[in-house]
Ligand binder design. Structure first.
Ligand SMILES: *[C@@H]1O[C@H](CO)[C@@H](O)[C@H](O)[C@H]1NC(C)=O
Ligand SMILES: *[C@@H]1O[C@H](CO)[C@@H](O)[C@H](O)[C@H]1NC(C)=O
Ligand SMILES: *[C@@H]1O[C@H](CO)[C@@H](O)[C@H](O)[C@H]1NC(C)=O
Ligand SMILES: *[C@@H]1O[C@H](CO)[C@@H](O)[C@H](O)[C@H]1NC(C)=O
Ligand SMILES: *[C@@H]1O[C@H](CO)[C@@H](O)[C@H](O)[C@H]1NC(C)=O
Ligand SMILES: *[C@@H]1O[C@H](CO)[C@@H](O)[C@H](O)[C@H]1NC(C)=O
Ligand SMILES: *[C@@H]1O[C@H](CO)[C@@H](O)[C@H](O)[C@H]1NC(C)=O
Ligand SMILES: *[C@@H]1O[C@H](CO)[C@@H](O)[C@H](O)[C@H]1NC(C)=O
Ligand SMILES: *[C@@H]1O[C@H](CO)[C@@H](O)[C@H](O)[C@H]1NC(C)=O
Ligand SMILES: *[C@@H]1O[C@H](CO)[C@@H](O)[C@H](O)[C@H]1NC(C)=O
Ligand SMILES: *[C@@H]1O[C@H](CO)[C@@H](O)[C@H](O)[C@H]1NC(C)=O
Length: 739
């Protein structure tokens, strides 16, 4: 009763809200009434753009009337305020004026039916069939110029059906402008802004986490973007789980995407992202085979092996003609030409937004891309992304730009002769350096031999006091251990003989296999003295070369902490490299955490484990003599002793930082996907914060008992981080469900 009174009040007092979020045949909205979504987030009603008297039906955020996200009658404004929204006899939402002329219709029903329309809290106006609840029409399927959370930009390459944003004609005129934007899902998903039919901006390919050409867009768990594919072939790009944060990306009438977020405290819309972000971002700025880099002057240059098509125009700053190949490739020549040119090579350009029109081979390792491209004469460039696989180009390299950071590496096929200059430089530099190094190494080697002989007896004495109770100096080993190791540390570290380890592990029997790390199997062993050990046998095929091995030996022998695993010794013999650790009764954390057949850890144990890892990490970062970044923290690298005390292990990838160094870059990103901090995974920058990020992932895993990398609870499979973030935003608290 009260409610209907309120509705009546709303209806008769002009300009008031209607306490309902739906429109039915009996409930109409008259200008200037509005209806609000149930959570009071969006409003539907009439508005006039600035400096005009035209009336439009639209949807806007409750926070400010000027943030319009949808307009119904964009090309057909009402000239007066007699507008009425209702449901027509055949069930469509219609906008009529006082004379019952139709200005706009949802145009979705073909036969009469009973429907009602509802404005949802995500800004979607939905028309439903009352009899079965089926959605007949929704405003999200016909967006205006706003991309908001949960709105899906669809593309179906099979049927050609697309959901596109269309800009306003001008800031005062919501009529259809010349810019459209949407998803292009052919080959690989990319977002485009088109000016008419010509591309104006391109996002670069989606790699499952982010868009290659949008360097400030991080992984899904930070920004919440995702691409999903339905069974009918429809691919959707959408954004989700900002939760209660209001976010919108508007395609402005000048062709720019502008993302804004509502700042609750200052009550303003903060601009958080713009595209195109600079002139280089504009599609095909430098023409085919051109490269745009703002740091260069002029910003456009031809890719290696190419020259301006029209030198005069190019020098004038008219780059639209682009570049053409300078030297014919072997492929383009006659097969039996007597030309003695060697085969082609690839020239590398880093931090790029890769060109448009790529062919994709998914699931291929980076090392294989080059061979695949080289063997195929129509392949003129390739690139690799861990989320995509190999990308190949066969016609033209269009819309290449370079970023200061981020982006991918593009390998461009060039004639061998093109790289001659570089080769010369290399020869000049490499030859003397190599000779110098060889001399130094020979010197070091002989010095070492001399010193080793002198030390032999001294070392034996110490080792005999070792609890192992047996001398295990190996005479032939140790040679490789030389290069870059501090004398004292190795001195402290016993060498085990291969034969001894073979015996201890029963010839490395599979029954003694404890697990398989990234770098090789780990065996359980028992020394003659009865002491249990764990032997990590670095597989020769593994990526862990001598460098990582040395790293681990040196680092760990210098570190002493109850939350770091203790290295007992090492063995370098017969081409084998092995590390001997103390044996951990309770194996590694991933076993206790994810293996359902194990006893489930109680809260106290989990808390102690988190605390222990934290202490270990603090020691590495702050309290030890060296400052060490571990770079590969994950459950399988946390070992648990008989008291469930955690010990950090596996220092193969760790790096030592100088006293006041805060950040470093690496061209070689190593680690485990899912535990790597975004700036490290994407840009190779690492610091203590990268470890802290991994630690955060670990904590979530320990608390939830769920694995970050295999998390399918959610419809979008957001991953543990995305899921936690979503829950955090929705409920300000995180609740996990144990399966
Ligand atoms: C209209 O909205 C009200 C309140 O939100 C709800 O109770 C009612 O069921 C809705 N009617 C229809 C037909 O959806
Ligand atoms: C509206 O008109 C006023 C005065 O003519 C002008 O100053 C203002 O910039 C106009 N607003 C817009 C959005 O064009
Ligand atoms: C509705 O659909 C008909 C045909 O399907 C079309 O002629 C008409 O222009 C449409 N009206 C609106 C307002 O979209
Ligand atoms: C719509 O509802 C009315 C009364 O509730 C009913 O008489 C009519 O048959 C319905 N129409 C359709 C097409 O279902
Ligand atoms: C869009 O295209 C039109 C016509 O082709 C052109 O005049 C205009 O400059 C273009 N706008 C931009 C921003 O490129
Ligand atoms: C387009 O307009 C927006 C603001 O409306 C502005 O931030 C952006 O820089 C403009 N883009 C261009 C290319 O002028
Ligand atoms: C730019 O160069 C192209 C040929 O490369 C020519 O067709 C075009 O007219 C030139 N544009 C201007 C503005 O000079
Ligand atoms: C040229 O050689 C390649 C293999 O080297 C072969 O596949 C191709 O058919 C040859 N082309 C001609 C025209 O002989
Ligand atoms: C390739 O060489 C053979 C003989 O050496 C010659 O007969 C043939 O014409 C050559 N082919 C081309 C395309 O030049
Ligand atoms: C060579 O590359 C083109 C385009 O990338 C592809 O269509 C073709 O199948 C490839 N050929 C071979 C032999 O792989
Ligand atoms: C390049 O590859 C595409 C798709 O694989 C193919 O349709 C096109 O014909 C190729 N173009 C050339 C020049 O090989």
């Amino acid at each position: 009763m009260l409610e209907s009174l309120f509705i009546l009040f709303c209806l008769f007092s002009s300009g008031f809200c209607i306490e309902s979020n739906n429109i039915t045949a009996s409930l109409v909205i008259k200008d200037p009434d509005t209806i609000v979504s149930s959570g009071n987030i969006y409003r539907l009603g009439f508005f006039s753009p600035a400096n005009t008297t035209n009336r439009y039906l639209g949807i806007w955020n409750y926070v400010s009337a000027m943030s319009i996200i949808w307009v119904a009658n964009r090309d057909n404004p009402l000239k007066d305020s007699s507008g009425i929204v209702t449901i027509s006899e055949d069930g469509d939402i219609v906008l009529i004026n006082g004379k019952k002329e139709i200005f706009w219709s949802s145009n979705a029903t073909s036969s009469p039916m009973n429907t009602s329309a509802r404005l949802l809290d995500n800004g979607n106006l939905v028309l439903q069939d009352i009899s079965n609840g089926r959605t007949i029409w929704e405003s999200f399927g016909h967006p205006t110029d706003a991309f908001i959370p949960k709105l899906k930009l669809n593309d179906n390459p099979g049927t050609g059906e697309r959901v596109l944003l269309t800009s306003w004609r001008s800031p005062q005129d919501p009529d259809f402008g010349s810019f459209t934007a949407g998803l292009q899902a052919l080959n690989i998903p990319q977002i485009f802004i088109w000016n008419g039919s010509h591309p104006h901006w391109r996002s670069g390919p989606w790699n499952g986490q982010s868009l290659n050409g949008v360097t400030d867009m991080y992984a899904i768990y930070l920004d919440g973007y995702s691409v999903t594919k339905q069974d009918d072939g429809t691919v959707s790009f959408m954004q989700d789980y900002y939760g209660k944060i209001l976010m919108k990306i508007i395609l402005k009438s000048n062709g720019s995407f502008v993302q804004t977020m509502w700042n609750v405290r200052r009550r303003v819309w903060d601009v958080t992202w713009i595209a195109p972000i600079d002139v280089c971002d504009v599609y095909e700025k430098c023409g085919p085979f051109g490269n745009c880099n703002l740091r260069n002057s002029p910003m456009c240059s031809c890719l290696k092996g190419y020259e301006p098509k029209n030198k005069e125009e190019w020098d004038k700053g008219n780059w639209s003609g682009g570049c053409v190949r300078k030297t014919l490739l072997q492929c383009d020549r006659n097969n039996n030409s007597t030309d003695k040119n060697k085969a082609e090579v690839f020239w590398k350009i880093t931090n790029v937004k890769v060109p448009d029109f790529m062919d994709v081979s998914t699931g291929i390792e980076a090392v294989e891309c080059e061979g695949l491209c080289l063997r195929n004469c129509s392949c003129i460039a390739y690139s690799h992304d861990h989320g995509i696989g190999c990308m190949f180009w066969n016609r033209s390299l269009i819309d290449v730009r370079q970023f200061p950071i981020g982006g991918l590496v593009l390998h461009v096929r060039v004639a061998y002769s093109e790289l001659d200059n570089q080769k010369d430089i290399r020869v000049i530099v490499i030859v003397p350096v190599t000779i110098g190094l060889v001399i130094v190494f020979i010197g070091i080697f002989f010095t070492w031999r001399w010193m080793a002989k002198r030390k032999g007896t001294k070392r034996k004495g110490r080792i005999l006091t070792n609890e192992v109770g047996k001398s295990y100096i190996s005479d032939s080993s140790g040679v490789v251990l030389r290069d870059d190791i501090d004398e004292p540390s190795l001195d402290e570290l016993p060498l085990f003989s291969f034969q001894m380890l073979e015996t201890a592990t029963f010839q490395f029997d599979v029954t003694n296999l404890l697990g398989k790390g990234g770098f090789g199997p780990v065996y359980k062993g028992k020394l003659a003295s009865g002491k249990e050990i764990a032997v990590k046998r670095l597989s020769t095929a593994s990526g862990q070369g001598l460098q990582e091995f040395m790293n681990e030996v040196v680092l760990i022998s210098k570190l002493q902490h109850r939350n770091l695993v203790r290295l007992l010794g090492c063995c370098v013999e017969k081409g084998e490299k092995m590390l001997i650790y103390e044996y951990m009764q309770n194996r590694s954390l991933d076993v206790s955490l994810f293996d359902r057949s194990q006893n489930i850890l109680d809260w106290r144990q989990r808390f102690n484990i988190i605390e222990g890892i934290g202490r270990g990490l603090l020691y590495l970062h702050r309290d030890s003599r060296l400052r060490i970044i571990h770079r590969d923290l994950k459950p399988s690298n946390i070992l648990l002793d008989e008291d469930w005390c955690p010990k950090i292990s596996d220092f193969g990838m760790a790096r030592i930082f100088g006293g006041n160094q805060n950040q470093a870059d690496t061209g070689r990103v190593v680690g485990t996907y899912g535990y790597m901090a975004p700036e490290y995974a994407m840009g190779g920058r690492f610091s203590e914060k990268s470890d802290v990020f991994s630690f955060g992932v670990l904590v979530l895993e320990i608390v939830s008992g769920r694995k970050n990398t295999s998390f399918y609870n959610d419809e979008l499979s957001l991953g543990l981080l995305g899921y936690s973030w979503k829950l955090w935003n929705e409920y300000n608290t995180v609740v996990y469900y144990e399966k």
